[in-house]
Design a protein around this ligand. Structure first.
Ligand SMILES: [Zn+2]
Length: 408
């Protein structure tokens, strides 16, 4: 059987017990009583087993609570963990996207650099041509230039030549300037691309930092979850151990109860074997002249008798004639009386027990009583929460439902 199912059964059992205790005021599953030390010893054994059983059950519910707490915490941690993992996954996607953008920016920078280099090459080429022309002109000036000058036939020819030289020089200068400007613009664009790339890298660094923080949190959560798992395993192991202890203690309790019961039967057997033999008829009367209501029937929550709620001091009458075999105090029964009625027409012998009497009963052991004789008064002594009569009926020593023969 699973722990959950067992817990459910236990909860239902506890609930039923609580109902009996809260709703049915007078139902006390009182133990049978004996006249001597043997009785007390058996009673003590049974009570002790009962107490230990209750202690184990308390530990079980405490343990169950711990187990459920740990499971709830684990669920919360796992939910948080899932949430963080989702966040990390989103951040990882963002980082991937940024890395693509950074790659694109790097490509753009490389392309821009190629353009700058191309422009530089053009500039260099142009500059080299310009220098060559200038050098040629210089040579012309020092050598051939003189001839041109001296051979110029008129002023116009001379001025035209000089102007041509100046034009060439000016054009070269213009082109070089333009190339230089274009290169500067390209460098500017490249710089902007590099700035963009740096921004993307800064964003990526921030995200990577966030991701690393989340990763640490996840590590922490995983450690917590492992801790909860350990707590759960521990509680489950403890639940098993407690269950074994409960089974053992329950067996101990049952054994003690059986011993007590068989001892009581032996007492009744002694009584039934005594002389003169008693006989009774089965036309029992109600033990009370009046009562409020029957507050608990036989079998309710393990109840061993029948409870009549009645005002304190209401006279309690013997349901049939018989011999008093027990007048005593007991922790469960309070002041109580047992009457052995003898063998009835059906061949079975009957004994009644009247518990929770107000005070020491006005009858004594071995006293013969007639049906209807007052043997005590309703009270709330022993394990009782209000004035009532708890009556038990035994047939050949075995408890049976009083309602079978005793009228309400
Ligand atoms: Zn009772």
């Amino acid at each position: 059987m699973s722990i959950a199912v067992k817990t459910r059964i236990r909860q239902v059992a506890s609930f039923a017990l609580a109902l009996v205790m809260a709703g049915v005021l007078f139902c006390q599953a009182a133990a049978p009583a004996y006249a001597d030390d043997k009785q007390q010893e058996l009673e003590d054994k049974k009570n002790q087993a009962q107490q230990e059983l209750e202690e184990i059950r308390n530990q079980q519910s405490e343990n169950q609570e711990n187990l459920e707490n740990a499971q709830a915490q684990k669920e919360q941690l796992e939910a948080k963990n899932d949430e963080l993992k989702q966040e990390v996954s989103e951040i990882s996607n963002q980082i991937d996207e940024l890395e693509i953008k950074i790659g694109e920016a790097e490509d753009a920078i490389t392309a821009k650099q190629a353009e700058v280099d191309q422009k530089q090459a053009e500039f260099d080429e142009r500059w080299a041509g310009f220098k060559e022309r200038m050098s040629s002109m210089q040579m012309l000036h020092y050598s051939g230039g003189i001839d041109i000058l001296s051979n110029a036939t008129n002023l116009f020819q001379l001025l035209n030549f000089t102007q041509a030289l100046a034009d060439i020089s000016e054009k070269d200068e213009e082109i070089c300037q333009q190339l230089d400007e274009e290169k500067a613009a390209l460098n500017q664009e490249k710089q902007e691309l590099e700035d963009q790339k740096a921004q993307l890298e800064a964003q990526e660094a921030t995200l990577a930092d966030n991701k690393s923080q989340l990763d640490s949190k996840i590590d922490e959560l995983v450690a917590n979850i492992q801790q909860q798992d350990a707590t759960i395993s521990e509680a489950e192991a403890r639940a098993q151990a407690l269950e074994a202890a409960e089974t053992e203690k329950q067996a101990e309790f049952n054994k003690a109860a059986d011993e007590l019961d068989s001892y009581l039967r032996s007492l009744i057997n002694n009584s039934s074997g005594s002389n003169p033999a008693l006989s009774c008829s089965l036309n029992f009367i109600c033990p009370l002249g009046s009562y409020k209501y029957i507050s608990c029937e036989f079998g309710d929550g393990g109840h061993k008798g029948r409870d009549y709620a009645a005002p304190g001091g209401t006279p309690i009458k013997a349901v049939a004639s018989g011999r008093v075999i027990r007048v005593a105090w007991h922790d469960s029964y309070g002041y109580y009386v047992m009457v052995y009625h003898g063998t009835a027409d059906d061949g079975n012998n009957y004994t009644t027990l009247y518990a929770h009497m107000q005070s020491w009963p006005p009858v004594s052991v071995e006293q013969t009583v007639s049906q209807g004789d007052v043997i005590g008064y309703v009270g709330s002594t022993g394990n009782s929460t209000g004035n009532h009569l708890h009556i038990e009926l035994r047939q050949n020593g075995n408890r049976i439902n009083p309602a079978l023969y005793i009228p309400g």
